[in-house]
Design a protein around this ligand. Structure first.
Ligand SMILES: Cc1cc2nc3c(=O)[nH]c(=O)nc-3n(C[C@H](O)[C@H](O)[C@H](O)COP(=O)(O)OP(=O)(O)OC[C@H]3O[C@@H](n4cnc5c(N)ncnc54)[C@H](O)[C@@H]3O)c2cc1C
Length: 331
């Protein structure tokens, strides 16, 4: 029997793995081959991967994502983190793994922000890709779990894998978590599932990349055109210099919106059609109004969710700080 398991291979799994002091095993697939899926989020320059979700989202206006690959979204992300909102010890701890916190600047990262405390996580001069720092113990896609005495059995119905653990961290991303909770009978037909995000839009700015509206209460991340294109296509190395004074602003407003779905036979059916998901930082998964960790703790006190699903983001902008803090608080 293994004592502690981390299920997942993205930034959340990385945050837990480097925060907890005890020996642990990591269970996650190296890659799920690309196919056709409404949840796929590949970029031109990133390694294509797919998703094995059976969930179906019945909406044209809501966008949700899933990436089943070691590294998860950290293979295509911006690496942005709000260091003022991050536990200093959790940040300091990452240094031991070669992770650097780089201040934003047009010459340094190709980006700036109205919040000076927003930085970029890098390693070896590139945006942090956590696949370089995770050691997989079982190349398994976990789709269910159940109690066996006081232990938790993690299961894959595809491979037949099953193993007992004393403590489990589920770090699989929101949609995969919903599917696991359905299989574990914690989400049932006609349950209401909700998610939140800070509203998000893109706009253009002409002039100095360092001048922002000081009264704006949201978060702006500004990219040079070359960096914006690199971000769009998933190119994570240093890029050519921006020469034009035209900048792309990624704006996370201070206004939160919520989306509610009815779950029914593998389908997520929105109660109201809204634009949602554009921020890719949607969080705070609730089932019938109950936060996901509270739902789990009732029956599975040794199962912990780490990731956007378990975070109630208080301030708009990067969410990696909330994830890292959560992992650190569970150590
Ligand atoms: C394009 C893009 C850019 C982003 N940029 C930023 C940014 O700059 N800053 C920021 O704070 N946030 C950013 N985000 C949000 C970002 O996704 C999160 O901050 C962070 O990457 C979430 O990590 P995660 O490990 O929880 O999820 P994921 O990155 O989705 O990783 C989930 C992992 O679990 C594995 N997995 C999935 N299902 C199973 C299963 N059933 N069994 C076993 N393993 C499984 C997957 O293969 C994957 O490795 C961005 C998101 C996107 C899509």
């Amino acid at each position: 029997m293994g004592k502690t398991a981390i299920v997942g291979g993205g930034f959340s799994a990385f945050s837990v793995s480097k925060s907890i002091d005890c020996a642990h095993e990591i269970l996650t697939p190296y890659i799920c081959p690309a196919g056709v899926s409404q949840f796929q989020s590949n970029k031109l320059m990133s390694r294509n991967c797919g998703t094995n979700l059976t969930l179906c989202l019945e909406s044209q206006r809501i966008r949700l994502h899933d990436r089943v690959i070691l590294g998860g979204n950290s293979k295509i992300w911006g690496g942005f983190i709000d260091v003022e909102l991050t536990h200093p010890m959790a940040l300091e701890n990452l240094k031991a793994y070669g992770v650097e916190v780089i201040k934003l600047g047009i010459d340094e990262t190709g980006s700036t922000s109205n919040r000076v405390q927003i930085c970029q996580l890098q390693r070896n001069g590139r945006i942090l890709d956590v696949s370089e720092l995770l050691r997989v113990d079982f190349d398994e896609h976990i789709d269910n779990f159940y109690l066996s005495g006081s232990n938790i059995v993690l299961k894959s119905s595809v491979s037949g894998f099953a193993k007992k653990y004393e403590k489990v961290y589920l770090c699989v991303g929101i949609l995969q978590l919903i599917e696991i909770l359905v299989n574990a009978k914690l989400i049932l037909d006609e349950d209401v599932i909700s998610l939140e995000e800070f509203e998000h839009k893109l706009s253009f700015h002409l002039g100095s990349p360092y001048i922002f509206d000081l009264n704006y209460d949201g978060c702006v991340i500004r990219y040079g055109l070359a960096r914006a294109v690199s971000h769009y296509i998933g190119y994570q190395k240093r890029m050519i210099k921006d020469l034009m004074p035209l900048w792309v602003d990624q704006v996370f407003s201070g206004v939160k919106s919520t989306v509610n779905f009815i779950y029914n036979h593998g389908r997520l059916i929105p109660i109201e059609e809204v634009n949602f998901g554009g921020s890719v930082h949607y969080c705070n998964l609730k089932v019938n109004g109950v936060r996901v960790q509270d739902l789990l703790s009732l029956k599975f006190p040794n199962v912990f969710v780490v990731g956007m699903a378990a975070v109630d983001q208080a301030i708009s902008g990067p969410i990696s700080n909330d994830i890292l803090n959560l992992a650190w608080s569970l150590k």
